[in-house]
Design a protein. Structure first.
Length: 207
């Protein structure tokens, strides 16, 4: 499963290709020279301008951005990603409502989960029933054209219940990969894969 996740992330990064520049480090982001600073000829804008630093919003660990889409569109997509992953980080519906369209479609819908925005709400409640302190970190964020790809790290403790199984406080830590398709103003569909094998082993469901 880890190999699959790495393959999906590498593929998403390849889509960005030569049109992007990545800057890594804790809470650092990538940048592109979409406009000039008045302070000097040819000086690129600050890469941090793309990230919304409003209180409560998660911030990407690293950010890779397609140069060709322009500053406004890039900032919009980064903001939508921050709202979506703040929803997964907190479970608060207002962030999901701000990020996804009412016509949102999950193209990798797990069995038994309803289609549309209701699906993520139910998934979040299920996750939090098992781990009430669950957090979601967008460790890597890639923005290209009308697509957002993210490597997510989810952490918490199994202090609740999962399918009738009571937790003993054991640590939860698993990865996920998302690809989001952005419409005019919101996310309209996605594809995702989670490291379910690791999660189920940590929950004690599998050996």
């Amino acid at each position: 499963m880890h190999k699959v996740i790495r393959t999906v992330l590498v593929t998403a990064a390849a889509v960005v290709g030569a049109a992007a520049l990545t800057v890594g480090a804790a809470m650092a982001v990538g940048a592109f020279d979409y406009h000039r600073r008045p302070g000097g000829p040819g000086a690129p804008a600050s890469p941090r301008d793309l990230v919304d630093r409003s209180p409560g919003l998660v911030r990407p660990g690293t950010l890779t951005v397609d140069r060709s889409i322009g500053r406004r569109r890039a900032a919009q997509e980064v903001h939508l990603a921050q709202q979506l992953y703040t929803f997964w980080n907190t479970g608060e519906q207002k962030y999901l409502d701000a990020a996804v369209s009412p016509r949102f479609r999950d193209n990798t819908l797990p069995s038994g989960r309803p289609q549309g925005p209701t699906g993520p709400l139910i998934a979040s409640k299920d996750f939090r029933a098992a781990g009430p302190d669950l957090t979601c970190e967008p460790a890597d964020l890639l923005v290209t054209g009308d697509r957002i790809a993210a490597r997510l790290v989810l952490r918490g403790h199994f202090t609740g219940t999962f399918h009738g199984l009571r937790g003993k406080g054991q640590r939860i830590r698993f990865d996920a990969i998302d690809i989001q398709h952005v419409g005019t103003d919101k996310i309209v569909e996605d594809w995702h894969i989670e490291d379910d094998e690791t999660l189920l082993r940590q929950l004690g469901v599998t050996g």
